[in-house]
Design a protein around this ligand. Structure first.
Ligand SMILES: NC(=O)c1ccc[n+]([C@@H]2O[C@H](COP(=O)([O-])OP(=O)(O)OC[C@H]3O[C@@H](n4cnc5c(N)ncnc54)[C@H](O)[C@@H]3O)[C@@H](O)[C@H]2O)c1
Length: 248
C-alpha cells in the first residue's frame, strides 16, 4: 500500500472476527490504517487475531445479546472517541434438513444472523447518524439470494433478510452521511473446503465459473472498498463475491 492509508485515523468494529472471513476483514481494515476491534463470542480466538497487529484489539460480544452489542458500541466510542466502520459478520448455522428443522433452531440462527445484524445496525447507526458519517457493512450470502441446500432454510432466510434489512437501514441513514451495504460471498476457501478430498474439491471448483474457490482476503478487499471514502455514493447495495455462481 502506498501513500496515506485510506482508513487512517478511523475506528472499526468487526463482529465474529476471531477466524475466517471476519478475521480477514479485521486484518484488511487494519492494513488500511484503521484501529479495529476484533469482536467475537470466542474471546481467545479474538485475542489470537488481535495479537498480530497493534491496530487490532480484542473484545468478547455475543451478537445475539442485544444489550451487549449496544455496550460494545458505547465502550468503543468512549475509549476511541469515534466509530467509523461497523461490520456485521458473525453468523452461525445448524446443519438441518428442512423437514427436521426445529422452531428453536430457526430462532437461534435468526437471533445471531438477522437480529444480531439488526442490533449492529441500530447501535452503530445511532452513533454514526449523530456524527454525520459512517459505514455499515453486512455479510449476506449466495444462500440469501438463491437458497442453499447445504446450510438450510433457516440460514438462507436469515441471509435473505439481511439484504432487505440493509436497504431499510440504508434509506434511513443515507441523509446522514452513513452508507449501509451488504456483501454476498459464496464458496470461500476455509477449513470446511480444506477438509474435502482433493478430487471432490476439484469437482466443486470446476462448477464455479472462475474455476476455483474464493479467498477470504477477496471478501475482505470488497468490504474495505465499501468502507472507504471512495464508496460514498454506494448504499443499499449487495455486492456479490461468488466467482460467477450467481449473476444478476
Ligand atoms: N465461508 C463462506 O463460504 C461464506 C459464504 C457466504 C457467506 N458467508 C458469511 O460470511 C461470514 C463469515 O463466514 P465464515 O465462513 O468466516 O464463518 P466462521 O464460522 O468461520 O466464523 C464465524 C465467526 O463468528 C463467531 N460467532 C458465531 N456466533 C457468534 C455470536 N453469536 N456472536 C459473536 N460471534 C459469533 C464465531 O466464533 C466465529 O469466529 C458469515 O456471515 C457467513 O454467513 C461465508
Amino acid at each position: 500500500m502506498s501513500g496515506a492509508p485510506e482508513l487512517g485515523g478511523q475506528v472499526a468494529i468487526v463482529t465474529g472476527a476471531g477466524r475466517g472471513i471476519g478475521a480477514a476483514i479485521a486484518r484488511r481494515l487494519a492494513a488500511g490504517g484503521a484501529r479495529v476491534v476484533v469482536s467475537d463470542r470466542d474471546l481467545a480466538a479474538a485475542e489470537e487475531v488481535a495479537a498480530e497487529d497493534e491496530l487490532l484489539g480484542a473484545d468478547r460480544t455475543d451478537v445475539a445479546d442485544w444489550d451487549a452489542v449496544h455496550d460494545l458500541v458505547a465502550r468503543t466510542c468512549e475509549r476511541e472517541g469515534r466509530l467509523d466502520i461497523f461490520v456485521n459478520n458473525a453468523a452461525i448455522t445448524i446443519a438441518r434438513d428442512f423437514w427436521e428443522l426445529e422452531p428453536r433452531e430457526w430462532d437461534e440462527v435468526m437471533a445471531v444472523n438477522l437480529r444480531g445484524t439488526l442490533a449492529g445496525c441500530r447501535a452503530a447507526g445511532e452513533r454514526m447518524r449523530a456524527c454525520g458519517r459512517g459505514r455499515i457493512i453486512n455479510l449476506s450470502s449466495l444462500g440469501g439470494q438463491q437458497g442453499s441446500l447445504a446450510n438450510g432454510a433457516h440460514y438462507s432466510a436469515s441471509k435473505a433478510g439481511i439484504i432487505v434489512l440493509t436497504k431499510e437501514v440504508a434509506a434511513e441513514l443515507a441523509p446522514h452521511g452513513v452508507t449501509v451495504n451488504a456483501v454476498a460471498p459464496a464458496a470461500i476457501d476455509g477449513p470446511l473446503v480444506d477438509a474435502l478430498p482433493t478430487e471432490q474439491r476439484d469437482r466443486i471448483a470446476a462448477k464455479i465459473p472462475v474455476g476455483r474457490f474464493g479467498l477470504a482476503t477477496e471478501v475482505a478487499a470488497t468490504v474495505a472498498f465499501l468502507a472507504s471514502p471512495e464508496a460514498a455514493y454506494i448504499t443499499g447495495a449487495t455486492v456479490d463475491v461468488n466467482g460467477g455462481l450467481f449473476m444478476r
